[in-house]
Design a protein around this ligand. Structure first.
Ligand code: FES
Length: 573
């Protein structure tokens, strides 16, 4: 299929009869016949494959399926690598590099002769980084996620990546599990290609993409090794060529209504708290007004429908067999903008019409939810003037209203040093406070907010207490954990002023997080407060610290908000 040359961006490289046209074609040919440059759409396959991102290890194979589809539809596929972020491997945290990866994606797409883009995404940060970068360029774009792993199995039980790690590590620390059992479990947990198969951040991001309309219906849940994921990749290759012909750019899909749909769907699936910072950042790139309160206003009253870890008991493979996200979307139909446009060229409603649920224990009907009100809640108070969040579906109901004495850790090192000390003055009513783990403080806003409990409480059988920080938590984690407190301690937020023994009040129903210390005393402490020495001062980290915005702004860089566009007027030759 040859497109009208004048309409295609790539024609400015390959469709010219001058020196530049010669150079562009000659260097790219290398075995490709002349007709590959006859004005057909060039499709960039943006690949986050890396052996250091184990969740995306199968992406070179998946890219081949996309290429077949692109060829079938008459396009020219060109695969290119971008920065990949391996969640379980990178130090100090992948979140430090999400914006860097997004810059890589943006500039690679912009600088090259592509008319449309397929984003191959999987592990937690690879999805938002690709979407953020691509959104700033705004070409026709479709997402193919790599899919979740098969269910983990250990001693006859399903085990979930992440979620059961916290459980096993606490059991191991409490002496309830041997070292041999611990190792057997870690092998049993990760037994196929794919990303975490709980409703952690990766699955939440894949679901976010589907709810936004940026991939095919049902795309989030197909297990990575299932051949139907290859079919999806092939069909995405066909569809992106059509999208180029239709000029169906990202900005036509990523409108306010799509973001609202995504917030509501994330509530009903018990999605990750990380969803908030990523969705805010993506909205910032496409110029959609979205703020922290939208998440509470639109999502907090919605019920939990999906019975997946960490909020429930099943895993993504079960979710797929039950019907996946299309069932959830259909259940929420009255709440969603079902007329929102998607990459299929059809509306969200048209995409899910006729969907049937095959297992009501996995996906509950709207009138019999697992939890009546399960969306993420946004807290306000003098401890978080820019807001903080909590995930009620992963918290203990009896702690949702709580007053307790603060036990404060100034840094993550301080926490590790003292948490298991016999001298630590802590009991089940205490409130653990971890400072300086936010965007600037860590730096990178690490997933340490669900800090493990003191050993002496674990040994007494205590499994949850209130924890507060300016950091994040893994999407696979659980507990009564208040996160994303803004402004963070490192930039002088009131979280920095908490001291051991202060009384903190958490009241989720009233959306309140309050430090019972007078304004006069807080002013006195502020006058004495000094920021900690920066952890790192050179290169990218110094750029990051200088430009990163707080959690309520999506932790993007201030200079990356908005679009660059796909237009680059200066040539290389
Ligand atoms: Fe990659 Fe969980 S570690 S998705």
């Amino acid at each position: 299929m040859a497109e009208d040359k004048d309409k295609l961006r790539s024609a400015d490289w390959f469709g010219r009869d001058d020196k530049s046209g010669f150079i562009h074609r000659s260097w790219m040919k290398r075995g490709l016949p002349d007709h590959e440059f006859d004005g057909r759409p060039v499709i960039g396959i943006c690949n986050t494959w890396s052996e250091l991102t184990p969740c995306n290890i199968h992406f070179r194979d998946l890219a081949e399926n996309v290429k077949r589809g692109v060829h079938e539809a008459g396009g020219l596929p060109v695969e290119f690598p971008v920065t990949s972020l391996g969640e379980t491997i990178m130090r100090p945290t992948t979140m430090l590099f999400r914006n860097l990866a997004s810059m890589d994606v943006e500039e690679c797409i912009r600088a090259n002769p592509v008319d449309g883009v397929v984003l191959l995404t999987g592990c937690d940060k690879t999805t938002p980084s690709c979407l953020m970068g691509a959104a700033s360029v705004d070409l026709p774009t479709i997402v193919v996620s790599g899919g979740p792993m098969l269910n983990g199995r250990y001693r006859g039980e399903n085990i979930g990546s992440g979620t059961d790690v916290w459980k096993y590590s606490e059991d191991f620390r409490a002496g309830k599990m041997s070292r041999e059992e611990f190792q057997l479990a870690e092998t049993a947990m990760t037994r196929s290609d794919g990303h975490c198969m709980t409703m952690g951040t990766a699955s939440s991001m894949a679901s976010m993409v589907e709810a936004l309309g940026m991939t095919f219906p049902g795309g989030a849940a197909i297990p990575a090794p299932d051949s139907r994921r290859k079919v999806l990749a092939h069909m995405a290759g066909i569809r992106i060529v059509e999208m180029v012909g239709e000029d169906l750019k990202m900005s036509k899909i990523l409108v306010r209504e799509a973001f609202e749909n995504s917030i509501k769907v994330n509530a009903a699936i018990g999605g990750s708290t990380n969803f908030i910072v990523h969705l805010l950042a993506i909205a910032g790139r496409v110029g959609v007004e979205l703020d922290l309160d939208d998440f509470d206003r639109l999502g907090s009253h919605l019920p939990l429908l999906v019975n997946l870890m960490p909020s429930g008991k099943y895993l993504m493979e079960d979710f797929y067999y039950a019907g996946g996200l299309p069932v959830v979307i259909q259940e929420l139909a009255d709440q969603l903008h079902m007329d929102a446009l998607t990459v299929t060229g059809k509306t969200l409603g048209e995409n899910v019409a006729g969907t049937v649920c095959h297992d009501r224990d996995v996906i509950a009907p709207l009138d019999q939810p697992l939890i009546a009100e399960a969306g993420l809640a946004v807290l306000r108070g003098n401890l978080c003037e820019g807001g903080a969040i909590i995930k009620p579906s992963a918290a203990s109901p009896e702690l949702m209203q709580h007053r307790g004495q603060a036990v404060v850790f100034a840094t993550i090192e301080d926490y590790h040093e003292r948490i298991d000390s016999d001298d630590l003055d802590v009991d089940e009513n205490s409130v653990l406070v971890l400072q300086n783990v936010g965007p600037v403080g860590y730096p990178g806003m690490a997933e340490v907010g669900n800090m493990g409990l003191p050993k002496k409480l674990l040994e007494r059988g205590v499994r949850d207490i209130v924890r507060i920080s300016d950091g994040r938590m893994s999407g696979t984690a659980y507990g009564t954990v208040v996160l994303h407190a803004a402004p963070e301690a490192a930039v002088g937020g009131n979280l920095a002023l908490v001291r051991d023994g202060d009384i903190i009040e958490l009241d989720v129903a009233r959306r309140r997080l309050h430090l019972e210390v007078s304004d006069e005393e807080l002013a006195k402490r502020r006058a004495e407060w000094k920021p900690l020495e920066p952890h790192d001062t050179r290169g990218y980290v110094s750029l990051y610290v200088d430009h990163v915005m707080q959690a309520d702004r999506g932790v993007d860089f201030d200079f990356l908000v908005g679009k660059s566009s796909s237009v680059v007027t200066r040539e290389a030759h």
